[in-house]
Write a protein of this length. Structure first.
Lengths: 634, 494
């Protein structure tokens, strides 16, 4: 399963460069404000920043104190303030308040705002309005891509989903295009680009447009990234954060435009679909195997996939592979996780990086949870045996043992006890929650039978106030697989939800309806009427685009048709062997093959969309495939 | 067994999903426990020195075994408040000594050093763009290259303007003065796919066009319209937003967006007043009743809260003395309120606002939801008689019978979580209809009688014999098993 042993799976390019670049640029920006300064960091930049730099690096560059950007007024004696923020209007007002308060009290300081990954015009407008434009200097930290592991990079832009799919704001498309530009310049021109979805297409076009100027320097380089895959909406993707493609031939920059997870919840931005991400692991192997078989160039088999919300179903099903369950239980942030005292069996929490460097984790991350126990117990027996060897050693052997093996064994021991602890916590939590019943309900929904029973399961889930997010997740799954809830169910579930979790969730329901995650059946006709009325008024240069605005109102999920077409729900006689799975469906205990993975597999196999016309139509089109993408798109 | 259930069971027996169940905790957990023991037994040997612990923990500047950035932020947050006073005095001192510094010693750009004042790139400040030409460059050699001058000249086409803005360059929009020009610019921005630029153009249009004209033009430009709406939401220009939505005839959104404001009102009385005003907003009929309920609920909560706070402080009421309230009931969901009222006000007559029956009636709470909540509350208080009464019904002949709108397995689960005594638990396990579920629950919670009786009814001698080793030697249960096994009248199926 490791990279090394597989000839058909190429080594990934060195994504560490991305980290070094980001770090160097940050240092450069900090040095632009010489002398001691206090640094204010936006909360959701902290985890990414932790992966790039640590406190001693900041300290070396004369950062004195660190603060979190929040609505509390800052009390500090420093003469220089530096703000490391996302380009948000709220944050601009926070900064302006600080500056204005200083002005009022006759205090003079220097202020610098560093926007990550880029500055928005609207932010400058707010600074101007607040009368502090010119008092602050602005810079951009072009930190577009964070490598989370050897084979996965992410933009870590959770707000993308809400901004694009709920509000229809295209502000991040430029960032996506620039991220592509960065990849292109670091790793050579992409071999081939495939894409589906409107956002994917726009990102691609804008990127090509930006690239036109800087053409030529990339010419003649050996491509390290073979295929680029753009995807969006279509309604099926495990949003959340990143989609991990396992050991295979793909880099998933899932949350490039990803972040479906944090989505669209209403009033308080609570997350509605939690973004687990690891489902697609099998894909890598599947795809890579085939590529290898066809004897393609090793390097070129690396692919980048940009996945947005293409595959809601994948995002909505419970995760049952180890990494997914760890994410569900402890929440993996930027590839690292906090294990609490119950896992560490001590009184402190430990922050652990979960990546390919962790030799225990890397072997179980993609396994179905049921296989994990066996593996761990085997592993601990081996460890025991290795320790036992020290009995009966003479002094010299013992010396050897201590100097050469002991460190490795201790390391393994620590990892092993952490993951065993994690498994215990997961089991405890899941058995308490009638997880079994929930999975059963999900599988029934996927197969489309016993809908009534699943509906009443969801109802009871709501009535018992089990979890507001899980309840919504199940309702959305019901809606997408059934093409909307029947009006009677919709009303009654909604009413009970508001009674259980609070009336203000009325706004949540409205938002979910708008993005098409939770809809009511048969609103179809009225909508078409409105649509045709508006279409008459339309003079938009690209007239077809109007449909998209309406799609967000009336996205039909077509789930059944697509899964039938692509065989996403495997028919297996007898038991599905989870230890030696035959397809990617094992990530859902054999119930569902993640659509996004299936599409990538199909397109790579066919080298294009030929033969997938029906699927493309069901996914609302906007597909493209461009080879040798340094040349003009065709 | 109902037909649907039979189908379903057949499905579960024949299908592929049986491979792993999270209910099989015994097997899997014991395996896990074993591994844990094995690993832990090694600990003594391994833990003698922890020098390489830093594999998992990063180091900080002071060399302490901590130091992720998020960690040290927490540290500064806690220390900054404690030493607040000391800072304040140094702050005053500092301000006098630094006030002398020139304000703009920015190293932002080279050109700024040679200009009269610092000029930040801005696409939209008219004064800046126009006065720029009037700047004296103190060093003519370092004058900007010719191409950059074009930023401020007037000959960028709309397309080029958009392209430059996409690349983060400065562009003045002031020359787009005719409506025609403005719209061409907007359409170019939309065609360029960059939301940041679209919003920038919209800010310019919003400043330079009367709103009716702006609205009219946006109505047929959906993409741009989305951007303006989002921008207004973010900047909080509620009035303009509502005007726009009204203009577009999106009445429901008008209502929702007004209703959303209640989240920012902290004072409950004001919030209640505000919600009252929301009732008349143009919601769908379904939502209107939700809003009405929201208002009524908060109104009730205010009354209950005032009463109960009084009761609690007076110390007269036993229940409040025994179980002091952990939080106020204000702004809680209905079900939580119902739980609260089942907990503290269960026996009250229907006439009072705080009685559960009154809540049930007012908000038309479905039976299922009511029973679940009442059960949880009464079980928490260990009021088993109330639990009993909740499920007991009398038929016309006066016989009593246990009935529940939810499955009895749920009842059992809730009782078990509240540590119900064995005879109570047993009674409800016995009522679980599905035989397999009943057996599972009975085995799990050691309701021996139920297990034994179920095997007897199933005429399953093998299982019953096997169960003998799970009960205590010489106990009444063992006797019971033996007497059943010896009963010649039972026709065993195996």
């Amino acid at each position: 399963m490791a990279f090394a042993g597989r000839r058909d799976v190429p080594e990934p390019p060195d994504f560490g460069i991305l980290k070094r670049l980001a770090r160097d640029q940050l240092i450069y920006l900090l040095e632009q404000l010489p002398g001691k300064k206090d640094l204010f960091i936006e909360a959701d930049l902290m985890s990414p920043l932790d992966r790039i730099a640590n406190v001693s690096i900041l300290k070396q560059h004369e950062v004195d104190k660190l603060y979190k950007v929040e609505s509390r007024p800052a009390i500090s004696a420093s003469d220089q303030f530096c703000f490391l923020v996302r380009p948000r209007i709220k944050t601009m007002r926070y900064i302006a308040d600080i500056v204005n308060a200083d002005k009022m009290s006759g205090r003079s300081r220097k202020y610098k705002i560093i926007f990550s990954p880029q500055k928005f015009y609207a932010c400058e407008m707010v600074l101007e309005e607040e009368g502090v434009f010119g008092d602050v200097t602005c810079d951009e930290w072009s930190f577009y891509l964070l490598p989370l592991d050897e084979d996965i990079i992410s933009m870590e832009l959770p707000e993308f989903f809400r901004d694009y799919f709920l509000e229809g704001d295209h502000r991040w498309i430029n960032s996506i295009a620039r991220a592509l530009q960065l990849l292109n310049s670091l790793y050579g021109p992409f071999g081939k680009a495939y894409g589906i979805g409107r956002c994917a297409k726009m990102s691609y076009e804008l990127w090509r447009d930006l690239e036109e100027e800087s053409e030529a320097d990339g010419q003649g380089r050996k491509p390290e990234i073979g295929n680029v895959f753009f995807m969006d909406r279509g309604r099926l993707e495990r949003g959340g954060q990143q989609a991990r493609a396992g050991q295979g031939g793909a880099v998933w920059a899932g949350s490039l435009p990803g972040g479906a997870g944090r989505a669209c919840a209403g009033c308080r931005e609570q997350q509605e679909v939690q973004g687990g991400w690891l489902q697609q692991s099998r894909l890598g192997r599947a795809v890579a195997g085939k590529e290898g078989g066809q004897g393609r160039s090793v390097r070129a088999a690396w692919a980048v996939a940009l996945v947005a919300d293409t595959d809601y179903v994948t995002a909505l099903c419970s995760q049952v592979v180890y990494e997914g369950l760890v994410d569900d239980t402890f929440r993996i942030k930027c590839g690292s996780v906090d294990f609490g005292p119950d896992v560490t069996s001590s009184d402190k929490s430990i922050k652990v990086l979960l990546n390919a460097q962790d030799k225990v984790f890397s072997q179980i991350r993609n396994e179905h949870f049921s296989s994990v126990f066996g593996f761990l117990s085997q592993k601990s027996r081996n460890l025991q045996a290795q320790y036992d060897r020290r009995r009966g050693m003479d002094i010299k052997q013992m010396k050897n043992f201590v100097s050469q093996e002991l460190k490795g064994l201790k390391q393994e021991h620590r990892l092993l006890s952490l993951h065993i602890g994690a498994c215990e916590s997961i089991m405890k939590k899941k058995t308490k929650q009638d997880f079994q019943e929930m999975i059963k309900a999900e599988h029934s929904l996927l197969e489309g039978f016993d809908i009534r029973e699943s509906t009443s399961f969801i109802e009871e889930h709501i009535d018992r106030q089990v979890s507001p997010i899980e309840s919504l997740r199940l309702m959305c799954l019901l809606s997408i697989t059934e093409n909307g809830l029947i009006p009677k169910d919709y009303r009654s579930l909604k009413t009970q939800y508001l009674q259980s979790y609070g009336p203000e969730h009325l706004l949540t329901f409205h938002n979910l309806k708008r993005v098409g995650l939770l809809t009511e059946q048969s609103a179809g006709e009225t909508l078409t009427a409105v649509e045709s009325k508006v279409s008459k008024l339309v003079t938009d240069r690209a007239a077809g685009k109007i449909t998209d605005a309406f799609n967000s109102l009336a996205r039909k999920s077509n789930f059944r048709a697509i899964s039938k077409k692509l065989g996403l729900i495997p028919r297996v006689d007898g038991e599905y062997d989870l230890k030696m799975p035959r397809d990617m469906a094992y990530v859902f205990s054999g119930a569902y093959i993640p659509l996004s993975c299936k599409i990538i597999e199909q397109v790579l196999e066919r080298r294009g969309w030929l033969g997938l016309e029906e699927v493309v139509r069901l996914l609302n089109g906007n597909e493209f495939s461009v080879s040798g993408s340094t040349s003009a798109p065709g | 067994m109902s037909r649907a259930r039979a189908d379903e069971e057949e499905y579960w027996h024949s299908s592929k999903f049986r491979a792993f169940t999270f209910d099989d905790e015994d097997d899997e957990l014991s395996q896990l426990k074993e591994s844990k023991r094995a690993v832990n037994s090694l600990r003594d040997f391994v833990d003698n020195d922890d020098d390489d612990d830093d594999d998992l923990e990063r180091v900080s500047w002071s060399g302490e075994p901590v130091g992720s950035i998020s960690w040290s932020i927490k540290e500064t947050a806690s220390s900054s408040t404690s030493s607040l006073e000391g800072r304040d005095s140094s702050l005053r001192k500092g301000s006098s000594s630094y006030a002398a510094f020139p304000r703009q010693v920015s190293s932002y750009s080279l050109s700024s050093l040679f200009k009269g004042r610092n000029k930040l790139p801005s696409f939209q400040s008219l004064s800046d763009a126009l006065s720029d030409t009037g700047f004296k460059n103190y060093n003519p050699e370092l004058r900007r290259p010719k191409a950059e001058y074009k930023d401020y000249s007037n000959d960028w086409s709309p397309k080029d303007t958009v392209r430059r803005m996409q690349r983060g360059k400065v562009c003045s929009l002031e020359r787009f003065r005719s409506l025609q020009d403005k719209l061409v610019l907007l359409d170019e921005a939309v065609a360029g796919h960059d939301g940041n630029v679209i919003t920038a153009v919209l800010i310019f249009l919003k400043r330079t066009l009367r709103r009716e004209i702006l609205f009219r033009e946006l109505e047929v430009r959906q993409v741009a319209l989305c951007h303006l709406i989002h921008f207004l939401k973010e900047t909080g220009e509620q009035k303009l937003l509502l005007d726009l939505l009204r203009f577009l005839d999106r009445t429901e959104e008008v209502a929702l967006s007004q209703y959303r404001e209640h989240l920012n009102i902290q004072d409950v009385e004001k919030r209640r007043e505000f919600l009252k005003g929301c009732i008349g907003l143009p919601f769908s009929s379904e939502d209107t009743s939700h809003i009405q309920d929201h208002y009524t609920l908060l109104e009730r909560q205010i009354i209950i809260e005032a009463n109960d706070r009084h009761l609690e402080t007076a110390g007269q009421s036993e229940i409040f003395r025994k179980y002091p309230r952990k939080a106020s009931i204000l702004n809680m969901p209905l079900v939580t309120t119902l739980f609260y009222s089942c907990f503290y006000h269960y026996t009250e007559a229907e006439g009072t606002f705080s009685s559960p029956t009154n809540l049930k009636k007012t908000f038309k709470i479905p039976d299922k939801q009511y029973v679940l909540t009442a059960l949880a509350a009464r079980a928490k208080l260990r009021a088993w008689d109330d639990v009993d009464a909740l499920f007991t019904t009398k038929n016309w002949l006066g016989y009593t019978k246990k009935k529940a709108p939810i499955g009895f397995h749920r009842v059992v689960e809730i009782l078990q979580r509240n540590n119900a005594p064995m005879q109570v638990l047993q009674e409800y396990v016995r009522l679980v209809e599905d035989v397999e579920t009943r057996l599972n629950l009975a085995t799990k919670y050691k309701c021996h009688d139920v297990v034994i009786e179920t095997y007897r009814d199933l005429k399953d001698r093998i299982q019953l014999t096997a169960y003998k080793c799970k009960v205590e030697r010489g106990s009444a249960e063992e006797d019971k098993i033996n007497s059943i096994l010896n009963n010649m009248q039972i026709r065993w199926k195996n």
